[in-house]
Design a protein around this ligand. Structure first.
Ligand code: PMP
Ligand code: GLN
Length: 382
């Protein structure tokens, strides 16, 4: 492995999922749902396969999906994109992120990201030869918030890009309008492109509301907005994602993407188009159920003796095992599957400066209620 990639090793998701399998543990490590998405979406994919949609789709993605992605953003956020030049279908959000970073980051230029950061950001910035500048979230009682002074200090004349992830993995934090406005102001002032990872855009709880950074003044023309079907429609294995933005920025992402996968997920693309057009009620119901699961798992962790942080969105809740006598999240997560049959992920693997995060552990609640109940029983044995 080249030196650029050596620091990243094997992803923590692969390591913890392997331990979960080895010990028949309840896997609350890797974030994926254990129930299927809407039936009509599954049937559309089955039909697409039966009808012979099994060869390369067009380079930009099938037109009906690009049009559905554009329509969806107009309906939800009043953001208008031309489906023929401003929308690109990718192999999951992961490839949208990689394509955007590799297509836009010059070697030696700087990329600002919030810490903890979803693991692929650091690795793709390294692949592009960029330098990451992290802005740590800070505790605000039971949750986390952005430190705006540190955010402003992270921007330099070398900054070319900021990656913004809200709703946030791993903490479940939703950035408020004032945080987003400050990010927008800094991007405009420093002429920086924003890459926004919004894969949890429809999974907000307690009447929280998602507002894309691209809707802020001056941002539509400098934002690549990324989302994917995996989390919205419970189909993480289909790997259908997309990136929307001004044509020149989308072209940069495409320049990289065409030599990575070229295209992907042919028969799943019309199914996701169908779901975006017809199954948003299903998503709404699913997000309400997810909030209940968040409550179940948060209560179980608290009953077991963890300190539990507030999760406002997405799939994850962060918990503090120090009250139980565990101070190192990595050691804790390596021990947990064998000891009690539960898998989780250490938050310190999503950061550069591990000190403030060393103890913290991420648990996924995107699981059936009976699975969470089983995990709750096992957690009490700690
Ligand atoms: N970004 C974040 C914040 C994620 O949690 C994930 C995992 N779903 C991804 C990107 C990757 O998305 P995909 O599976 O569509 O590649
Ligand atoms: N996004 C999911 C998580 O954070 C899955 C990631 C993966 O397996 N690469 O757990």
């Amino acid at each position: 492995t080249v030196s650029r990639l050596r620091p990243f090793g094997t992803t923590v998701f692969a390591e913890m999922s392997a331990l979960a399998v080895e010990h028949s543990a309840v896997n609350l490590g890797q974030g994926f749902p254990d129930t299927d998405g809407p039936t009509s979406m599954l049937e559309t994919a089955q039909r697409a396969i039966a009808d012979g949609h099994n060869q390369y789709p067009p380079g930009l993605g099938v037109p009906e999906l690009r049009r559905a992605v554009a329509r969806h953003q107009e309906n939800h956020y009043d953001l208008r994109y031309d489906p023929d030049s401003e929308v690109l279908i990718t192999v999951g959000a992961t490839e949208a992120i990689a394509g955007s970073v590799i297509g836009l980051v010059e070697p030696g230029s700087e990329v600002v990201m919030i810490e903890p950061y979803y693991d692929c950001y650091a690795a793709t910035v390294a692949m592009a030869g960029g330098i990451r500048r992290t802005v740590p979230l800070v505790g605000d009682g039971d949750g986390f918030r952005l430190d705006r002074d540190r955010l402003a200090a992270a921007f330099t004349p070398q900054t070319s890009l900021m990656i913004v992830n809200s709703p946030h993995n791993p903490t479940g934090t939703v950035l408020g309008d004032d945080d987003l406005a400050e990010i927008a102001r800094l991007c405009v002032e420093h002429d920086v492109v924003a890459v926004t990872d919004e894969v949890y855009e429809h999974l907000l709880f307690d009447d929280r509301f998602h507002r894309p950074l691209a809707t802020f003044p001056g941002m539509r023309e400098r934002t690549l907005r990324i989302s994917s079907a995996g989390k919205t429609f419970n189909c993480t294995g289909w790997k259908v994602g997309w990136v929307s933005g001004p044509a020149d920025l989308v072209a940069a992402a495409r320049a990289a993407k065409q030599f990575m996968s070229y295209v992907g997920s042919g028969p799943f693309q019309p199914a996701v188009a169908h779901a975006l057009d017809h199954e948003m009620d299903w998503v709404h119901t699913s997000s309400i159920e997810l909030a209940t699961k968040r409550d179940l798992l948060s209560a179980a962790l608290s009953d077991a003796g963890f300190g539990v942080h507030r999760s406002e969105a997405g799939y994850f809740v962060c918990a503090d095992p120090r009250p139980l006598g565990f101070f190192d999240g990595v050691e804790f997560c390596r021990m947990l599957p064998e000891r009690i049959g539960v898998a989780a992920v250490p938050v310190s693997t999503f950061v550069d400066d591990t000190a403030p995060w060393r103890h913290l552990v991420r648990f996924a609640f995107s699981k059936r209620a009976d699975v969470i109940a089983e995990a709750a029983q096992r957690l009490r044995r700690l």
